[in-house]
Ligand binder design. Structure first.
Ligand code: BES
Ligand code: MN
Ligand code: ZN
Length: 495
């Protein structure tokens, strides 16, 4: 889907001949107030803009959008006031992103607008606008309006190098999130392992990454028993995609792994019918990893990135793997499959071992791995596990990016619950307790103790089954692209 065109402007906002002016409002102690950067627009309303907005019921709370016809006060016929919420001093970047996103959604069907939110935080305003204006319409014969086409971002100086750089980065990041969303939103009849691999390869080649795709024959001769086991029930065979961003002077080598189950029926341990359609998003980790590796190349980040992305469809059939099967995973460890619906950890185990062979300085995997993540943390908070120091670094960066990862432990005692009657490990325990952590403990078995590792469970946050909010549309959210992008940028800076 095409993104809105974002441009910098230092022209007078009230005189701007566009379709709408976007301003930020804040929730003050005595009702709605205007955010900083709105002075010239307020002057065009003779200093009474806050008063007018209050009359219309505005409070300045987050996700509130109030529209006001300007009747000649500004050159644009419409003013859109978007709430930042309570602000103590300067608004947080995430408040600006969400307000920009809510405004962009309210502007669907609009040609061109100008915003003053960029005077609070240019990058956040740009990111929020580009993400809020996202719409996935590839499968509609008819669509009404269409997303906002163009946004001018008001800044003190449009020609300076710094704002250009900031805008360029924000646009690239938003493009990556939008690419991940597109992949997640593509239905499972069209996005299956081979077609997903082709799309990943095409995206990567465009950005200059090296690519390699292992088909089912290559997977068999390579000994990828997890990916083959999970993918065995489908008429559409599995793949393993490898993408390599190799800059000249790399500060570090980062391995990325993402779960690419293009549809998860549960297999022979089949899922209930209710909401099974959400399992179209069970490849969101893979989508995020592909999009972020491509982003690293686009931003020319001085970090080597190797993405290892297993793709399989988990189906029940005469050729499906069964509860009771023992699989030999890549690297030789054996797993007793007690539940075919705990499939993500099996394909990830193969990929983690393969990724480890590249001796990365850091290893990050992400997956829509457990319903238990949703039970514990809900739909907007990824669970982050792994090497404690690195886990906490990922969490801090995720918080700042607005994706809100939260640290979770990997208690040693859970390992024995995965002891198998006959294999090295079982893929599930006999109870439901701490399901997110158990999955993490399982994955840890396939990561070298010396490897600095973080595991991000995005079962809830990857897919928005509810209403749109902030810059988050219905469907694929693109989480955790911005977390991983922030980690790569941080590694580029600090090693
Ligand atoms: N893909 C699911 C996890 C999931 C659940 C993602 C809800 C998004 C929303 C995963 O493959 C799965 O089925 N996990 C099982 C594991 C269990 C059998 C130990 C689960 O969480 O129920
Ligand atoms: Mn499953
Ligand atoms: Zn799954």
């Amino acid at each position: 889907m095409t993104s809105p065109k974002l441009t910098l402007t230092d022209a007078e906002v009230p005189a701007s001949k566009v379709d709408a002016v976007v301003v930020g409002t804040v929730k003050g102690d005595n009702g709605v107030a205007l955010a900083a950067g709105t002075e010239s627009v307020d002057a065009a309303f003779e200093g009474r803009l806050a008063e007018l907005l209050a009359l219309l019921g505005a409070t300045g709370k987050a996700d509130e959008v109030v529209k006001l016809p300007t009747r000649g006060s500004t050159a644009a016929p419409l003013l859109v006031a978007t709430g930042l919420g309570k602000v103590d001093g300067e608004p947080a970047a995430e408040q600006v992103r969400r307000a920009a996103g809510a405004a962009a959604r309210a502007l669907s069907g609009t040609g061109r607008a100008v915003t003053t939110l960029s005077r609070l935080d240019l990058g956040a305003a740009a990111e929020g606008t580009a993400l809020g204006a996202y719409a996935f319409t590839a499968y509609r014969a008819q669509s009404d309006g269409g997303p906002l086409e163009r946004m001018d971002l008001s800044v003190p100086s449009a020609r300076a190098a710094a704002p250009k750089r900031e805008l360029g980065r924000a646009v690239a990041v938003a493009e990556a999130v939008r690419a991940a969303r597109d992949l997640v939103n593509t239905p499972p009849n069209d996005l299956y392992p081979a077609s997903f691999a082709e799309r990943a390869e095409a995206l990567a080649r465009d950005a200059g990454l090296r690519t390699e795709v292992l088909d089912e024959k290559a997977l068999r001769s390579g000994g990828y028993g997890g990916i083959l086991g999970v993918g065995g029930g489908s008429s559409r065979p599995p793949r393993l995609v490898r993408l390599h961003h190799e800059p000249a002077a790399a500060k570090a080598r980062v391995a990325l792994v993402g779960k690419g189950v293009t549809f998860d029926t549960g297999g022979i341990s089949i899922k209930p019918a209710a909401n099974m359609d959400h399992m179209t998003s069970d490849m969101a980790g893979a989508a995020a990893v592909v999009a972020t590796a491509v982003l690293a190349a686009r931003l020319e980040l001085p970090v080597e990135v190797i993405a290892t992305v297993p793709m399989a469809e988990n189906m029940p059939s005469a050729t499906a793997y069964r509860p009771g099967d023992v699989l030999t995973l890549y690297g030789g460890k054996t797993v007793e499959v007690l539940n075919t619906d705990a499939e993500g950890r099996l394909i990830l185990a193969d990929a983690l071992v393969r990724a480890g062979q590249d001796s990365p300085d850091y290893l990050i995997d992400t997956a829509t791995l457990t319903g238990a993540q949703v039970v514990a943390l809900g739909n907007r908070t990824p669970g982050v596990m792994g090497t404690p120091e690195f886990r906490d670094r990922v969490v801090t960066l995720s918080q700042h990016a607005g994706e809100n990862g939260w640290a979770m432990p990997l208690p040693d005692h859970l390992r024995s619950e995965l002891d198998s009657r006959l294999a090295d490990i079982a893929n599930v325990t006999g109870n439901r307790w701490a399901g997110m952590l158990v999955a993490g403990v399982f994955l840890a078995e396939f990561v070298d103790d010396a490897t600095t590792w973080a595991h991000v469970d995005i079962a809830g946050p990857a897919f928005n089954a509810g209403s749109p909010w902030g810059y988050t549309a219905k469907g694929g959210t693109g989480v955790p692209v911005r977390t991983i992008a922030a980690v790569l940028a941080d590694i580029a800076e600090h090693g």
